[in-house]
Write a protein that binds this ligand. Structure first.
Ligand SMILES: NC(=O)c1ccc[n+]([C@@H]2O[C@H](COP(=O)([O-])OP(=O)(O)OC[C@H]3O[C@@H](n4cnc5c(N)ncnc54)[C@H](OP(=O)(O)O)[C@@H]3O)[C@@H](O)[C@H]2O)c1
Length: 209
């Protein structure tokens, strides 16, 4: 598939690089195609092409959003997503690793509000970028689980397939309003690892009997 990435920093590059290695075509979406992060990503993976954001969206099958959450409203409102899937990898993080929207609504629902013609799926947010760079756990017979949420079943099925290409088992936790709970899982992971010293390569797994 053609995958466009708005944001190719720690999260965006890790995902884009692994998707490219698994056979997908990567387009970087940035209105300044000479920005430092775009050039750095192309230096690390010369197969990445860069286009202005709307052009990149028009060319892509699926778009990934991996920007600082505070950029999203201004960035997203003018864009036309043409009813394509927008995978929201962003997290609203507030002071002291709190929920940036005071837990009143999820960031993903705000992203949906700002992009009325995108099919938003929340994914790739419950871990730090380290597990997106390397999701392989060879000593275990289960795969790391990726929890996703969204309102459109077909879009979630596509994200499920893409996640499998990266090595994740996908668990669909429900509609987009469930994203609030995923964003709290993020805060838990971030506090455990970045504050309390847990290992950055630990993931959640889904076991069912
Ligand atoms: N870091 C983690 O471990 C982690 C894990 C899961 C989720 N997240 C979430 O993922 C998001 C990205 O985090 P990150 O750590 O990858 O951030 P980062 O390394 O700072 O990268 C941010 C990227 O967004 C781009 N960007 C910012 N404004 C833009 C705009 N208007 N148009 C196009 N691109 C724009 C930046 O490009 P330029 O600077 O070149 O403009 C850069 O490529 C955040 O919402 C974060 O909460 C982070």
């Amino acid at each position: 598939m053609k995958l466009a990435f708005i944001g190719v920093g720690k999260v965006g590059f890790a995902l884009a690089n692994n998707f490219q290695k698994s056979g997908h075509e990567i387009i970087i979406a940035h209105d300044d195609v000479t920005s430092h992060s775009v050039l750095r990503a192309q230096e690390r993976n010369p197969s990445f092409q860069a286009f202005p954001i709307q052009d990149a969206i028009n060319r892509a099958d699926v778009i990934f959003l991996a920007t600082p959450f505070n950029s999203n409203e201004t960035l997203l409102k003018p864009l036309d997503f043409g009813n394509k899937i927008l995978v929201d990898c962003t997290n609203p993080v507030g002071a002291g690793i709190s929920h940036g929207l005071e837990s009143k609504i999820s960031g993903a629902e705000k992203v949906q509000e700002w992009t009325s013609n995108a099919k938003v799926v929340k994914s790739h947010t419950i871990y730090g970028f380290e597990n997106l760079e390397n999701p392989v756990f060879p000593n275990y017979s289960v795969k790391p689980v990726m929890l996703i949420s969204g309102n459109d079943v077909n879009s979630k099925a596509t994200v499920n397939t893409l996640n499998a290409d990266l090595g994740f088992e996908t668990l669909d936790v429900g509609d987009l309003s469930q994203s609030l709970h995923l964003e709290h899982m993020t805060l838990l992971w971030v506090k455990m690892v970045r504050v309390n010293g847990h290992h950055p390569n630990f993931t959640w797994a889904y076991l069912e009997r």
